[in-house]
Ligand binder design. Sequence first.
Ligand SMILES: Cc1ncc(COP(=O)(O)O)c(C=O)c1O
Length: 366
Amino acid sequence: MLDQALQEKLNDRIQHGLYRKLNVYEDKIDFCSNDYLGFSKILSSENAQHIYIQNGATGSRLISGNSFLAEQTEQLIADFHGKESALIFNSGYSANLGLLSCLAQKGDTYIVDEYIHASIMDGAKLSYANKYKFKHNNVVDLEKKLATAQGKKFVVVESIYSMDGDEAPLEAIVNVCEKYQAYLIVDEAHATGLYGPKGEGIVAANNLQDKVYAIIYTFGKALGLHGAAIVCNQTLKEYLINFSRPFIYTTALPPSIYIQLQKAYQLLPQVDRIILFDLIYYFKQQLSQTTFKFIESQSQIQGLIVGNSKQAHELSNYLLQKGIYAKAIVSPTVAIGSERLRICLHMFNTKTDIDLLVQEINNFTK
Ligand SMILES: Cc1ncc(COP(=O)(O)O)c(C=O)c1O
């Protein structure tokens, strides 16, 4: 009975072209992963160091999973991004869930960009606070929502949006938050390591750390690792240690991650990010000679609007046959009608890779 009901829900997804399944694509040109700087490969080749590090953390951070190494790493991360403290979570998802679920109280209000990541939405849903969305990157609409918000107000945005690749107008958002005494939270998942002279992210690069209450940096994307940190003041850090359930009730990350994180943070300032931004420029130049409809983005994330999920999957499958992996993103991850091919550009992609990608998209659409 239950399996039948579950299968019916799956069939519904299959029928609408929305079915998700796991695949393995290991030998394709990568226009898909979030390994923007190629760190996942660089750091793994350096793993052969013969230092003794235990495998598992053996418990949650509050029980047996804490270490000087973890605390040292958190301080290094806080210093790197120019704030007082940092608290590491097991993933970006649990960092956002852990922060949003316990920060605002009953009677307070979360106001989030309509394109905000699912982890923020899920965290807000777990809280007792009021929740509203404002139109994507629209500061006028944000101000409207702030003007009528109750209790303590929290605004949540991404600095680079994960699906559209566009940038939040942070300065304007900071100003309107100041006007309404709202606390601003910025998820820098897709800016971590890529923006600012050292890869410190968009908040720090624009010297906005003091105006942003909490910033989320994730390690699973440009750092090529796993986990995330909430960078904030010491009071919030201590509050999270006490009230954030995804922090409290889980085994901590394996200790080896801290060594890798320290290496990644040391490496970041040395990365020649211009190589990636040159590739983005080249990619956009190639596109300007086509009639494809792209979402306006200056970042490493580019979205080719296809308009329905069936076509988005067909294009992605066609590219796979040509040795290229770029992912179809369909509803409910993005709104119906904005189904797309999400193309991620990396330091290790070449102009030849890009030429091939553009040529094959052209061939498909002919
Ligand atoms: C904006 C944003 N925040 C948070 C996350 C979650 O990070 P993680 O993959 O480390 O759980 C993602 C992942 O896709 C993301 O795009």
